[in-house]
Design a protein around this ligand. Structure first.
Ligand code: MD3
Ligand code: FE
Length: 216
């Protein structure tokens, strides 16, 4: 379902088995070398979401190899199988061609960082743009666990017009082309909506794959 140019929602893309595998992997990544934590913003605010990164560490508002704002450790590497999953996701969303804008087709997609966000029932993410990447390649988003309201906005302002989309466990969302730099956020999680079979007792996991455009 194309929600906006380059923004494609593929409900139920991940099998329950694949969701279970991703949950298990996220549990390990959450332990370290850089532990999953609430990001502290430069103004002193604390994000309600908890985050752990692979490949590159996102700290507001740049990517680094070491987590100077957490424990100073080097982030875990970004596994090849996750890049393969990203290319598979682009094929599912855009087809085998060069769709989605921002350059090549799925075969050339080379994500080098993952941001893994965990939302408890009260966590939110305010409207923002993701502009730290020096690449126009698409962002791949995978949702697991509790459902949420995902708010997809415009590129000009954090306010209306926007579209609210329900994201359910197993859903894939790809943001490429003109949608890559749109404002977006998560105004609400729906506690208790997760299928226990995916291995999350409560809360929502979101995995995003990106190309940073940074060297090596
Ligand atoms: C649209 N995460 O990590 S995923 C984020 O559900 C983030 O945790 C949300 O926003 C979450 O930055 C939303 C969907 C998403 C991710 C990145 C985007 C949508 C995007 C980048 C550009 C446009
Ligand atoms: Fe974002």
């Amino acid at each position: 379902v194309e929600v906006a140019p380059g923004a494609v929602h593929v409900p139920g893309w991940l099998s329950v088995e694949r969701q279970r595998e991703l949950v298990a992997a996220c549990r390990e990544w959450a332990l370290g070398p850089v532990p999953m934590r609430h990001t502290v913003l430069p103004g002193g605010g604390v994000m309600s979401v908890r985050t752990v990164c692979l490949g590159w560490h996102w700290q507001p508002y740049r990517y680094t190899r070491t987590a100077g704002d957490v424990n100073g450790a080097r982030v875990a590497r970004f596994p090849d199988w996750l890049a393969d999953l990203g290319r598979e996701a682009l094929v599912a969303a855009y087809g085998g061609g060069g769709g989605g804008g921002g350059g090549g087709g799925a075969g050339e997609y080379a994500p080098d960082t993952a941001l893994i966000n965990f939302y408890d029932g009260a966590a939110r993410m305010g409207m923002h743009q993701d502009k730290e990447e020096r690449s126009a390649a698409p962002v791949v988003s995978l949702s697991i666990g509790d459902s949420c309201v995902f708010r997809f906005g415009n590129t000009a302002t954090r306010n209306r017009p926007y579209t609210d989309v329900e994201l359910v466990s197993g859903d894939l969302f790809v943001f490429g082309g003109p949608s890559r730099f749109a404002f977006h956020g998560v105004p609400k999680v729906r506690p208790g909506t997760a299928d226990p079979a995916v291995g999350l007792a409560s809360g929502r996991l979101n995995i995003t794959l990106r190309e940073t455009g940074l060297p090596g």
